[in-house]
Design a protein around this ligand. Structure first.
Ligand code: CA
Length: 720
């Protein structure tokens, strides 16, 4: 039973927020089981429930009762992504082969974790087309297209549309869309039941959603993505039956001249400076939401500050609650229990939306109920989830923005030399984070976290216009980072990028083993009691590593990219491995697909894809100065989807443009002829002359890449 729930840091706010949390706690003492029983009378009796029925009791029991299912985003509420299935193990994995493939006819990034419930697999593609397929064969049972507005692609922060999957609850499936709707469909038929806009403005604003909802206590929880469009992040709870808004928790306070939407914001507002509400503030809850059945709390990661530089966002300082941390609320009321801020006064896009795993661990001689998280800022955290107390924080990648976490205050100790307000420079980790949305897996028996990480740096500098005038304006046509990411002419060489799968001891920070992958920004993980850790890379190599020492036990070339997180399930005694495979990085045109493996299967890909070379572009017809203008225009308008320097792994890599595409460039960019594929008309954002300068810049990038050895070309985007 909980007693006190002091926020672990943010001392000023702590005393007051403690009162809120105490009140909230006293007002609600029902356990998950109580809540499930409380509404059971309106539901079909247990014996007559349709196949696929998922409720709290089933998910809580699943770890023991049905290890062959994958009922929720991280398999169960604890989100360990650790399967106790053992048919596929380090001795048998050799014979793992392709059982079936389902082509999805979509060229965008695929990130969903599928669910497998009573023999049926459910997942979404990038535009949130939802599929139900026979998990043994891939045969389609139904599909539902929510007709996501392709125009929403323009609000992508990080490489175009994506969706990370569905939630199942009491006969319905829930998922969100890139145009920021939350949709409920009948789990058996795929028919739409309700469909709501999750934004809080009267007309649709530049919100997108890439995350998967969670459902518990008759409520569906969802946040949004893309802080960098002048928006305020929030997590909302909707009635699972009706889609009616139940409560909403804002991460960033609004204009203090208006009433605060909930009392926590009054305290939060004291930690902000200037007129932050005019710039939105950021803080989107774009990925992790977990339900903690033990303490009946909802825990979610909060987004980065936007614009990124605190000097622009919150002049005068302040920690900027509730950015960049882990928030616990009461799932019934949305009232705060506790908050721990990983990155006070975020300056770097260091959100804490990365996945959260729940388990018990013995720490300093005492069993504690903890949460584990490796947020973007490069430190791996162990928090006591009863009260948010910091127990451990150790670096898991190369980092230079802070020296360490002060365990007494719970605060990172920033390296003043690295404050880019004074001097633009390379910062580690980059805005992509040391770890992002790609799932980690945690083996609760070994007490080891398997974390997909990247050593990547980014150039951070304040925009010249802000340095000159002290003013900052949001970009009305696109993303507003507030940071100039173009390295200075006299910049030192960029630190080399590399991607790893690391087995980490969360208590000591020790890297038990580490595998360097061929590409720096890779996939999610799955660990199993078969002694294996599955992990795919951006170049499409899906691998199984020995959980003991990281040695390679199995490898498969998916001929795509495998950033999505694999899952495993069992039907009629056979164990399967499933993963969504996205468009290949620098392969010939390829479609996304679901690929499923089992022992002894010998399925084959329907077609082999070759490596694609960057074609010879048309000649550059402008001088260096105009190329630089083109670059600035590109960075203002195109970089969000097409990547830094035109290097995109998932959306079109513009350096790959054919002669014909170069000829149609104006029609595509300003005419909108590829609008149905998500490439809208940018006629309002760039003039014909400006579009041509962008094209010239892309040509310069293609020429540069053709001249450089391939190993140099490792600046992968894929930020969130
Ligand atoms: Ca961000």
């Amino acid at each position: 039973m909980k007693t006190s729930r002091l926020p672990a840091r943010t001392v000023d706010a702590a005393r007051v927020l403690f009162c809120f949390s105490t009140v909230a706690f006293l007002a609600h003492t029902a356990s998950a089981e109580d809540a499930a029983e409380g509404v059971a009378s309106a539901e079909p009796a247990e014996q007559t429930r349709p196949a696929g029925w998922v409720d709290e009791a089933r998910v809580i029991a699943a770890g023991q009762a049905e290890p062959g299912s994958w009922l929720a985003h991280g398999q169960t509420y604890d989100e360990l992504r650790f399967s106790t299935l053992t048919e596929i193990n380090r001795d048998t994995v050799d014979s793992l082969g392709l059982a079936w493939v389902k082509n999805l006819n979509i060229p965008h990034r695929l990130q969903a974790t599928p669910l497998v419930i009573d023999g049926v697999m459910y997942f979404t593609d990038s535009w949130s087309v939802a599929y139900a397929v026979d998990a043994r064969t891939g045969e389609e049972i139904w599909r539902f297209d929510p007709e996501t507005d392709r125009g929403s692609a323009r609000y992508s922060c990080c490489g175009g549309p994506a969706n990370r999957g569905v939630a199942a609850y009491k006969g319905k499936l829930y998922f969100a869309t890139f145009d920021a709707r939350l949709v409920a469909v009948d789990q058996a038929t795929g028919e739409r039941i309700w469909d709501v806009d999750t934004t809080h403005y009267p007309t649709h604003s530049p919100y997108t959603i890439t995350g998967a909802p969670r459902v518990v206590h008759g409520k569906v929880f969802i946040g949004q993505s893309s802080s960098e469009f002048g928006i305020r992040g929030h997590l909302s709870a909707y009635d699972a039956e009706t889609g009616e808004l139940a409560w909403r928790f804002f991460v960033v306070p609004g204009d203090p001249a208006e009433p605060f939407e909930h009392p926590e914001l009054e305290e939060a507002a004291k930690t902000w400076g200037g007129e932050w509400w005019k710039l939105g503030g950021g803080g989107t809850v774009w990925h992790s939401i977990v339900y903690d059945a033990k303490f009946d709390q909802l825990i979610f990661g909060t987004g980065n500050g936007a614009p990124w530089p605190r000097k622009i966002r919150s002049p005068g300082g302040g920690d900027n609650l509730f950015l960049g941390g882990v928030m616990s609320v009461n799932p019934n009321t949305g009232r705060m229990n506790w908050f721990y801020q990983m990155t006070p006064a975020d300056n770097w896009d260091f959100n804490a939306c990365q996945d959260i795993a729940l388990l018990d661990m013995e720490i300093d001689g005492k069993v504690r109920s903890v949460l584990l998280q490796g947020p973007k800022n490069g430190f791996f955290y162990v928090l006591d989830r009863e009260n948010g107390e910091l127990l451990r924080a150790n670096p898991y990648v190369r980092l230079n923005w802070a020296t360490h976490i002060d365990m007494a205050t719970g605060r990172p100790v920033e390296d003043p030399e690295m404050a880019y307000d004074e001097k633009a420079q390379w910062v580690l980790p980059s805005n992509a984070g040391g770890h992002s949305w790609q799932a980690m897996a945690v083996d609760p028996d070994r007490g080891i976290a398997y974390l997909p990480v990247q050593d990547m740096s980014a150039w951070y500098g304040l925009p010249q216009s802000f340095l000159d005038t002290g003013e900052y304006e949001l970009n009305p046509n696109g993303i507003s980072l507030g940071v100039d990411m173009r390295p200075a002419e006299d910049a030192p060489p960029q630190p080399e990028a590399a991607g790893y799968l690391k087995a980490i001891d969360p208590l000591t920070g020790e890297v038990v083993w580490s595998v360097e992958r061929a590409t720096p920004y890779n996939g999610g993980t799955l660990a199993t009691a078969g002694g294996l850790v599955f992990h795919g890379d951006a170049a499409g190599q899906l691998a199984a590593y020995d959980a003991d020492d990281g040695s390679t036990r199995w490898e498969y070339d998916t001929q795509g990219s495998t950033p999505a997180s694999p899952i495993t399930y069992e039907i009629e005694g056979e164990q399967y491995l499933a993963v969504l495979v996205g468009r290949a990085w620098r392969r010939e045109e390829s479609d996304g697909r679901m690929m499923v493996f089992k022992l002894g299967a010998e399925g084959e890909m329907t077609r082999e894809l070759g490596e694609a070379e960057i074609p010879q572009p048309p000649p550059l017809t402008v001088g260096e100065e105009d190329v630089a203008r083109g670059e600035a225009l590109y960075n203002r308008t195109c970089v969000g989807c097409h990547g830094i320097g035109g290097v995109a792994t998932i959306n079109a890599d513009l350096r790959m443009m054919s002669e014909e595409t170069h000829e149609r460039f104006q029609d595509i960019v300003r005419g909108g002829v590829l609008a149905d594929k998500g490439m809208l008309s940018f006629a309002a954002a760039v003039t014909e002359d400006e579009a041509e300068l962008i094209r010239q810049y892309v040509i310069s990038q293609a020429l540069k890449a053709r001249a450089a050895p391939p190993a140099q070309d490792n600046r992968r985007p894929g930020r969130d």
